[in-house]
Design a protein. Structure first.
Length: 351
């Protein structure tokens, strides 16, 4: 047995571990640790309206998007997009329309729709009762009240309508459709409306990461610097792997934002039901890394969490070092934040 070789390997590993730990700790404890991220993001993302605020109105509709803005409660709107049959970019979380628009649309996909020149005539109305993906302890569905209209504002809408109707509101756009041309269209639309700086854009689908890289490879380096891009879920997992293995301080970052699940008591209980306690515990352990979030922020990366909907979860989530939180009820979260500023550990941007 070559003890000298073993000793050299052990020393090398030790030096590597110490260097990695020191790099992280120095970054998160230096006085200027927030300078880089606050220079990059001149606007607040503390309160993000998930799907526009899926408890304020029918999710992903212009009515609901504007509710959060009119109420003055949200800093950013989160939404998802797909491509229609005639190449229009449609705002919808689901690939099919049934959950949001009713049983008559269960078998109709966004890709089946021809939008044409009159979206009001071709895009369907939202249903009055929509099941929530992120349930609270008491609320399982969105229920429209009598003051919520049935008109052009409560139908399925286009990304173009959002960009034109809310020109100054920061957005978080998740490209669900896994096609190169869709990625290109969305990024080009953002550039056309000169919204690169105040839109978080990316895809939760790993297939799209390659298309996003290719998009920027075909353009000048200065173009990439203007955008605020987030990675897919597999990209988020890769970041955590690099962090836990100590490699992250030595790896260049290709993104500006990270969106992560926040495992409050409500989400943990849902995970236990859906995946079983063992899988849930492992997932929660691996993806709950406040030190990582702080370190990413020192490198100019904003970290936002999803999704919190009631007071119990609000109280847990605001004690985490995040830059923002998504909620289906941004008005309720806004009121909670204002009355609990003394315990909040959220790292505000735009200040």
């Amino acid at each position: 047995m070559n003890f000298r070789l073993i000793g050299l390997v052990a020393v090398s590993v030790g030096i590597y571990v110490v260097a990695s730990v020191c790099a992280v700790q120095i970054s998160i404890h230096r006085k200027s640790k927030w300078d880089r991220i606050r220079k990059k993001f001149s606007y607040s993302v503390t309160n993000i309206a998930h799907r526009g605020g899926a408890l304020l109105g029918p999710e992903n509709t212009m009515y609901t998007f504007k509710q959060g803005v009119v109420e003055g409660c949200c800093d950013m709107i989160e939404l998802d997009v797909w491509e229609s049959k005639d190449g229009r970019i449609v705002v919808s979380h689901d690939k099919a329309l049934g959950r949001a628009c009713g049983d008559n649309f269960n078998d109709i996909l966004i890709s089946d729709i021809v939008v044409g020149s009159n979206p009001t005539a071709t895009l369907p109305q939202s249903r009055r009762r929509i099941p929530l993906e992120f349930r609270t302890h008491d609320i399982k569905n969105y229920e429209a009240t009598s003051d919520v209209p049935v008109d052009d504002t409560t139908r399925v809408c286009l990304l173009q309508e959002v960009l034109e109707g809310l020109p100054d509101v920061p957005l978080h756009i998740d490209i669900k459709d896994t096609k190169k041309e869709v990625v290109t269209k969305v990024f080009d639309m953002i550039a056309h409306y000169k919204r690169e700086n105040n839109i978080f854009v990316g895809s939760s689908q790993s297939e799209n990461e390659g298309y996003i890289r290719e998009y920027f490879k075909q353009r000048k380096a200065s173009v990439r610097k203007r955008y605020r891009v987030f990675p897919s879920l597999s990209g988020v997992l890769w970041i955590h792997f690099l962090f836990f293995t100590g490699l992250l301080p030595f790896v260049p970052l290709e993104f500006d934002v990270v969106s992560i699940p926040v495992f409050t008591s409500t989400m943990r209980s849902q995970m236990y039901e859906e995946y079983g306690p063992m899988t849930a515990r492992i997932t929660v352990f691996l993806l709950s890394a406040p030190t990582l979030w702080k370190y990413l922020q020192t490198r100019g990366v904003a970290v936002v969490g999803w999704v919190v909907n009631d007071d119990v979860d609000f109280e847990e989530a605001i004690q985490l070092p995040l830059n923002g939180l998504m909620s289906d009820n941004p008005l309720k979260f806004h009121k909670f934040l204002n009355s609990h500023k003394e315990i909040s550990k959220l790292v505000a941007l735009g200040v």
